[in-house]
Design a protein around this ligand. Structure first.
Ligand SMILES: O=P(O)(O)O[C@@H]1C[C@H](O)[C@@H](CO)O1
Ligand code: GUN
Length: 246
């Protein structure tokens, strides 16, 4: 990492973002939820909402992906203080990794346990996952969540590899029996590095383009549409899950 890159989003920048947010809301979240494409409606479940547009938050990146509202919503979920990101960040939007991971550093700072993340690797992550064939929902768990979900008998167990595969990296990877994503891996790496417990739920929205010579990209409209269709079913489960986690 070059000095220029570090200066692009310094610890002080991150601190300023956290300080500003703390000055605007008394909610100190126990849980941070990143709402992916088509799943921004999850924030509607929060009570006593205080919402901020990303454009109004100092040093915060802006959402450029269609369907990402670009709002940070604070509130409570079953009485637990919570914050939802309606919109996340990707390398394919042109952001450097420092900007992509910045909100997750900020969540940590906002919880008053500051840790500066110096390095984030782009890498493959093996996750313990549960698979629910009905809702096509892939769930990566901490061992605690894994046990809880087994007890709740909600999902059938399967193990997958969650492969980080941004548009630009597509040609460098061959993969079989894996699910693809363009964002979660960064988020998980940063959050785990900062000592957060992480629970990731991925909705399988589309069949990936597996012809590596093709210039074809994931169909974003299909991603949003599947998100909408499956959201109603998964809403109650998500609600339950985050309640248990907190
Ligand atoms: O919310 P994410 O980023 O997981 O949504 C997926 C990945 C790309 O941003 C987009 C592809 O159409 O949807
Ligand atoms: N890499 C990748 N990530 C996705 N996220 C949602 N759909 C896709 C896809 O087809 N490929």
């Amino acid at each position: 990492m070059t000095i220029d890159c570090i200066e692009m989003y310094s610890h002080e920048d991150c601190q300023a973002t956290a300080d500003w947010l703390r000055s605007q809301t008394a909610v100190h979240p126990l849980v941070g939820i990143v709402c992916g494409s088509g799943l921004g409606g999850l924030a509607d479940a929060l009570k006593d909402q205080v919402a901020f547009n990303y454009r109004d938050i100092p040093n915060f990146p802006q959402s450029t992906v269609h369907g990402h509202a670009g709002r940070l919503v604070f509130g409570t979920l079953k009485g637990r203080p919570c914050v939802c990101m309606q919109g996340r960040f990707h390398l394919y939007e042109g952001y450097p990794i420092q900007k992509v991971r910045a909100p997750y550093n900020t969540h940590i700072l906002a919880r008053a346990s500051p840790k500066h993340v110096n390095n984030t690797a782009l890498c493959h992550v093996n996750s313990l996952t549960l698979w629910n064939a009905k809702a096509r929902t892939l769930i990566a768990f901490t061992p605690v969540m894994f046990a809880l979900k087994l007890k709740a008998n909600i999902c059938k167990v399967q193990q997958f590899v969650h492969l980080m595969l941004d548009q630009q990296l597509k040609k460098q990877h061959k993969c079989t029996s894996c699910v693809l994503g363009m964002s979660t891996v960064h988020e998980v790496i940063v959050a785990r590095h900062c000592g957060m417990r992480v629970f990731a739920l991925s909705l399988i929205t589309n069949k990936a383009v597996m012809d590596y010579d093709s210039e074809e990209k994931a169909n974003h409209e299909e991603v949003l549409q599947t998100g909408k269709q499956r959201f109603l079913w998964s809403h109650e489960k998500l609600y339950l899950t985050f309640f248990v986690f907190a």
